[in-house]
Write a protein that binds this ligand. Sequence first.
Ligand code: AMP
Ligand code: ZN
Length: 462
Amino acid sequence: MKLFNSLGRELQEFKSITPNEVKLYTCGPTVYDYSHIGNLRAYVFDDTLRRILTNAGYNVKHVMNITDVGHLVSDDDQGDDKLEKGALREQKTVSEVADFYIKAFENDISLLNILEPNAYKGPHGKYARATDFIDQQIEIVKLLFEKDIAYRTKQAIYFNTSKLPDYGKLTEQKLDDKEVAARAEVVSDDQKENPQDFALWFFTVERFANHSLHWNSPWGEGFPGWHLECSAIIHATLGEPIDIHTGGVDHIGTHHTNEIAQSEAAFDVKLANYWLHNEHLLVNGRKMSKSLGNYYRLQDVIDKDIEPLALRLLFLQSHYRTQTNFTWDSLEASAKFLKRIQSWSDLSFQIDSSIQKASLNDIEDALRDDLNTPLALSRLSSIISDKNNTPDHEFLVKLDAVLGLELSNRLDLSDEDKKLIVDRTRARKNQDWSESDKIRDLLLEKSIELNDSQDRTIWSRV
Ligand code: AMP
Ligand code: ZN
């Protein structure tokens, strides 16, 4: 199996640390607002990766976090905490805001048929919440102090990036002068030693004096910096090194760079062997984002009577490493394509199901080549177009395992109705038109309509 590793920026043959096992960590949502469908593209990518690894024979141990504290409005140390802002906006407590949007997130995830993480079970369920790992985050800061890599100012504890020779290895570039200058302009803590140093712990003083979430630490009351939670959660759940770490491309420069710095400095071990990043979903050529206001939610899709799995299919129709411009027309086209796949799948109980064995292999080959989902889908489309192919149940189950399109279990027909349809197909083959019409009328009385084309009969509920 080949994967494109951001660390080294090349396509690499995937090798797991332990045979037949993959430790997978995927960065999750910051729960101060609804997820937009750009975020959902990231989670569909994670899920597809996990399904393909499982299909390739790996036991995938998957952990995902939920950020419920510490993510400032910028991805670095500027601005307010997003959760605190959400609470102020909605006149609720931070934990009420988090609980509300976690529910909304879990609902989206289930509508898109995304599998829940399977390698962590905590007080709040299967997602690892940052606030359930405060002690572990403090432990990392302790280790960094012992190694003389952390230092404190009045406002915060920082990671001293100048102490790490390979800081920034994920971006393969040292922070150039321009970037440093840009950051220096917004640095609000003049005791910070290097502009690219990042906060491990904020004290509840000055601009954060009224921060509602805060914990005791050996250095004073405060709350953790955003990047620390992922390092702590990985250490506590999967253990370093992990095989694969994912996130959107916007995480490469700051969040993932800082996660690597913290974990590798604290534990003297590589954090992750493979870093995979999904490209952005765009609207009119610009990244879909909260701050630009150019976003849609899954609810907007549902309100247009488009089923959520059409969105999943739309994401799969472009490669995860290409930017994709979202339009409603393209989503409508995916909905049509989905209907075509579904109608074909619904033939699976017919008497003479036949599908060439090579078909599934061709699809799997495409998927194992750095998740080439567009190629896999075009192969599926050719299979469907070939009138010699009618699916069997087993084929659909295998397809579902990798694509997650719920093709194998959508058939809500009773065995009796299935038998009637099969009998009618047989009658038509034998040119017994009166028998065939009789069965069709019988089914219509049960609100099942049959539509014959040259080579197949499609049924639908009316
Ligand atoms: P956040 O809740 O902001 O931490 O983002 C959650 C995930 O969505 C991260 O992996 C981001 O990189 C990703 N993401 C944010 N915006 C987009 C977008 N427009 N397209 C694809 N992924 C995105
Ligand atoms: Zn993370």
